[in-house]
Design a protein around this ligand. Structure first.
Ligand code: HEM
Length: 485
């Protein structure tokens, strides 16, 4: 009995201490409007369910935040998040909070301290070192690879001519993998013809376990996760992917140190450029950076291309405009797009931007305050989570007008974008921790879409059912059909 009383007293004292230490958080929370929270649970119940339900809940919650003034809070268990839908506050968050939210820790077992998840101090040093290797001048050397792999894709798509609808993403993601592997590590994988390798299978397994863990509250504590079979499956598959990149890094370092690198193509891959930097990365750091680049750069780019095909497939007038622009650049020539050609694809660029607005493939960005910051109607202490939801902001009627849900590439004409807030449209995030590969992604998307749309006319139906699996996917897949031009 005495033991029980003691336990109760210790628990009450600890709880009172816990509440006192977190007083600034509760005060901040009190000062913000409430959006559908329950006692104790907070908003945790909004994040329970399948990936489609969770995405719809995020949409509903973010819309509620928008309707209550654009800045609010959510509680997930004991963690407080500030949710911001005002471009002005979003700018302050993305410029000032460089630390990623704790939910990114599930990626850390895989990507270590690669740029995507690195803690702020290390990230600052490494981002400075990596910045020059993503310079436009260097990325433009990869335009030939974009063109070559795009042609392989066009040939592979021939098997779908005149047949029923198929999932375009499967073809496009293989093409992007070939591009990313060749440009990041100089490896010609030919995934387009060999899509089922143990390495790729392992990558997909790890990705789906991490995504599942993000939205299943009971899987999140490490102690509980370790009790499930997924823990061992994840470890085995992470080990397999690490082994693959480790071998590539070792091979490349040996060639680099013995001056035996292939100079046939005249271009250097990103790994080689990393080896040349003044800072001497260890093999482990190189693996972490290369894995982060190939993972951050592949599905994101492939998804935007696939969504653009979906949109153009049911907006035939806009597809015709893209085709006419491509005809004016290439005529009947079958040559691969050059840098000059890509620079002339103004309308296609607007189509890609409008696609990224309507289907924002990185739907949520999570950061953590590393110092106190002042937002429009509150001051947020250090250590608080901040969620930005570009997926919902990009369809806000307040920002984009009453027809925010409709497809209109001309929103991105210079004269129509000039007065828009710089954080109204942030598919690549914003501030110094934005996407380092955005120029790479834009050139690859233009080149691949140009190759497909010069060869095929695309048809599709509208797709409104979406789900979140870290990135934004359509529930039925990117279903299109094609005819020869
Ligand atoms: C359309 C294609 C792409 C989209 C929409 C996209 C979007 C983004 C976004 C939103 C972030 C910030 C994520 C966050 O803070 O949570 C990011 C970061 C990053 N992206 Fe991309 N990305 C794309 C293509 C690429 C490509 C092609 C590469 C590399 C070749 C790449 C490499 C990275 C890396 C390394 C980071 C981490 C940057 C850092 O923390 O300093 N991305 N991307």
């Amino acid at each position: 009995m005495i033991v029980l009383i003691l336990i109760i007293m210790i628990s009450i004292t600890y709880y009172a201490y816990f509440r006192r230490m977190r007083k600034p958080l509760y005060e901040l929370s009190e000062s913000l409007p409430d959006t559908g929270s329950l006692p104790v649970l907070g908003h945790t119940h909004w994040f329970i369910g399948g990936p489609e339900k969770v995405l719809n809940n995020i949409k509903e919650l973010a819309t509620l935040v928008q309707d209550t003034g654009g800045l609010s809070k959510i509680w997930i268990g004991p963690s407080l998040y500030i949710v911001s839908m005002n471009p002005e506050d979003v700018q302050k968050i993305l410029e000032n909070c460089l630390q990623k939210d704790s939910s990114y820790k599930y990626l850390q077992a895989w990507l270590g301290n690669g740029l995507f998840v690195a803690p702020t101090d290390l990230w600052k040093v490494h981002r400075r070192v990596l910045k020059p290797i993503f310079h436009n001048r260097i990325i433009e050397d990869y335009i030939d690879v974009f063109g070559e792999q795009g042609s392989v894709l066009v040939n592979r798509l021939e098997e779908r001519l005149g047949k029923s609808e198929f999932d375009a993403f499967k073809y496009i993601t293989s093409c992007m993998l070939d591009i990313v592997f060749e440009t990041a590590m100089g490896e010609k994988m030919d995934v387009q013809h060999n899509p089922d390798t143990p390495y790729l299978r392992a990558r997909n397994i790890v990705m789906s376990i991490i995504s599942m863990r993000l939205f299943k509250a009971w899987m999140q504590p490490d102690a509980l996760f370790k009790l499930t079979p997924y823990s061992k499956i994840q470890k085995d598959n992470i080990d397999l992917t690490h082994k693959f990149t480790d071998e590539v890094v070792k091979k490349k370092r040996k060639l680099y140190e013995t001056y035996a690198l292939d100079r046939e193509t005249g271009r250097k891959d990103l790994l080689e450029l990393l080896l040349e930097r003044d800072i001497k990365f260890t093999d482990e750091q190189l693996r972490e950076h290369i894995d982060s680049i190939t993972i951050a750069g592949n599905d994101t780019t492939a998804l935007v291309i696939s969504y653009a095909l979906l949109l153009l497939g049911h907006h035939q007038d806009e597809q015709q405009k893209v085709y006419e622009e491509l005809q004016s650049i290439f005529g009947d020539s079958k040559r691969s797009p050059t840098k000059e050609d890509l620079n002339r694809m103004d309308y296609l660029e607007r189509v890609i931007k409008e696609t990224m607005r309507l289907y924002t493939v990185v739907p949520v960005i999570g950061r953590k305050t590393d110092k106190e910051i002042k937002l429009s109607n509150c001051t947020v202490p250090a250590g608080v989570g901040c969620a930005v939801v570009p997926f919902v902001m990009h369809r806000s009627k307040k920002i984009w007008g009453p027809d925010a849900d409709s497809f209109d590439p001309d929103r991105f004409l210079t004269e129509n974008s000039a007065s828009r807030h710089p954080c109204a449209f942030i598919p690549f995030s914003y501030g110094t921790r934005n996407c380092i590969g955005r120029h790479f992604g834009m050139l690859a998307m233009k080149s691949i879409l140009a190759n497909i749309l010069r060869s095929y006319k695309v048809k599709s139906r509208a797709c409104d059912r979406l789900k979140i699996e870290i990135l934004l996917f359509p529930v039925p897949g990117h279903l299109i059909s094609i005819e020869r031009r």
